[in-house]
Design a protein around this ligand. Sequence first.
Ligand SMILES: Cc1cc2nc3c(=O)[nH]c(=O)nc-3n(C[C@H](O)[C@H](O)[C@H](O)COP(=O)(O)O)c2cc1C
Length: 243
Amino acid sequence: MRARRREVFTGLGLNAYEVEMATEKRCSVKLLVFGASMREGSMNDRLASLAADVAEEKGASVERATMSDFNCPPYDMDDELSKGIPAAAQTLHDKLLATDGFIIASPEYNASMSGVLKNTIDWVSRFRPQPFNGKQGFLIAASPSMTGGKIGLWALRQPLEHLGARVYPDMFALAQAHQAFDASGRIADSKLQNWFEKTIECFIDLVEASKHYPHLKKQWVEFLGERPDDETTRVELGETAAV
Ligand SMILES: Cc1cc2nc3c(=O)[nH]c(=O)nc-3n(C[C@H](O)[C@H](O)[C@H](O)COP(=O)(O)O)c2cc1C
């Protein structure tokens, strides 16, 4: 089958490299997947498990984690200066560096994002180089509400995009999540399950392209002042590579 495809693409006048790319099975893509709720029996953790299974079915390898792996004390610059960045933030930093992208299933609290997750993002942002820069991210949520936690995902985009992550345009919010899963952990509504799977597949395609086509990489600038100022501005060329 692959030989036949190779013949077809060669016949179309593609060069050897293009034929290789066109007939290649998926190039390596590694994703960090975690739910951002601390709760035992969390619906977001269930959705993260489903996303991890689907991502593996679509050819990615997955590093699965939970929010308790990344739970940090409240950010305090005095603590940072006296004690350093906490181990749980280091854990997320290391897992981001070891992967090409991330999927976060985040609960919505009071029409915004999880405070625990925001606190961890703030700690992780203190590393230099800053590991969210250039990482592809896909955001999902589960909630018993009719909006499924979508408003919280819009809030979560903000710090992540600020830090140079490339957050996938589509987001997936599972409404009435307390009754949305079947016994096997899939989404009972087959249309929704199919949409979820296709979106993850498209996201993995993008992660794969951004990893294997390095010319897509860009510069990240964090500009906080009125005038460019070395005290407040960080400029990082390229992106934080997976190791
Ligand atoms: C303090 C608090 C605020 C909440 N606010 C919202 C909200 O604004 N929108 C929403 O859809 N659900 C809201 N919820 C309900 C959560 O979506 C629900 O508790 C969900 O189960 C949390 O995710 P988890 O199951 O992964 O822990 C809120 C829950 C709590 C405890």
